[in-house]
Write a protein that binds this ligand. Sequence first.
Ligand code: NAI
Ligand code: MG
Length: 336
Amino acid sequence: MTHTITVIRGDGIGPEIMDATLLVLEAMNLGLVYEEADAGLVALEKHGELLPQATIDSIGKNRVALKSPLTTPVGGGFSSINVELRRRFDLYANVRPATSFPNTRSRFAEGVDLITVRENTEGAYSAEGQETAADGSSATSITRTTRKGSERIVRYAFELARRTGRKKVTVVHKANILKSTSGLFLNVAREVAAQYPDIECNEMIVDNTCMQLVMRPEQFDVIVTTNLFGDIISDLCAGLVGGLGLAPGANIGADAAIFEAVHGSAPDIAGKGIANPCALLLGAAQMLDHLGMPDKATRLREAIVATLAARDSLTPDLGGEGNTMAFAKAIASRAA
Ligand code: NAI
Ligand code: MG
């Protein structure tokens, strides 16, 4: 079966890391078809809008997109395109793996291999009830947690664990203080966990989780949590293993999935050809898993690890003297 992928080249270093990623994917002979669509500043210049209808239609039709970072213009009433895409396609699961890689400037050169599954649509980021008193003396917003939203994200985490041979899911919460919202999430998580006797489930309060992650990250396998906690924890995990250049993320819903790098468009190095393509490549590996090609995904990840281990053509952020394309070719030669 041939899959068509919507490819969004994005802004800043976006086109450079997308060229590098497509070069590697082409070398792997996956039989994928790529359909280009614009979003971000480049779309604003070409079509007068940041997120053209044609791009939304392309993602809706193909159901899978590989996306480079986008620059959201400051001011002018633009809201984040990424948030808009999440809402539009109800991409409820934000899935962010963090894995130790060789030759990176990280605290943990080995032992970290975890995935954060973050609820992506509700909780503290539901954007409901935002109110600031006229005199600025107080402000409120609503945290809304639903049974449906909690159930589908926890189920996603357990299914992911089962599918990928992972052994444990840690439910991260603050139900001791946030008794209603976090309490509901925890109760639903317990109900779902009972349906997966083959997967170990433990519970951890979010503040302790942060300390545990820094001190003993190897104890974690899959983490599932609500929107705000997941946002913070997943960045912490990216930091544990060497930061932005190696952190991919997927936004997954029932009808569409968008795979990307966690980092932004890096305007400071755009056009220089020195951006690290690994984060988007690792996003592409998540995409191959999603498309039912786990062997290819593993092959791609192993090629990245081997290239890092050999210090072959590494980009400057990894302490090398290579460039984006040379690095990509080095990975491609091992992935082909
Ligand atoms: P950034 O992630 O673009 O850059 C932060 C620092 O990390 C910079 O020094 C940059 O050079 C470096 N960096 C990032 N990716 C790199 C890579 N692949 N290789 C080597 N170095 C890399 O964050 P910043 O500067 O806060 O945001 C720039 C723009 O990106 C903004 O317009 C922001 O809105 C947008 N952005 C877009 C995202 C997306 O589309 N998913 C996510 C985050 C930010
Ligand atoms: Mg974040």
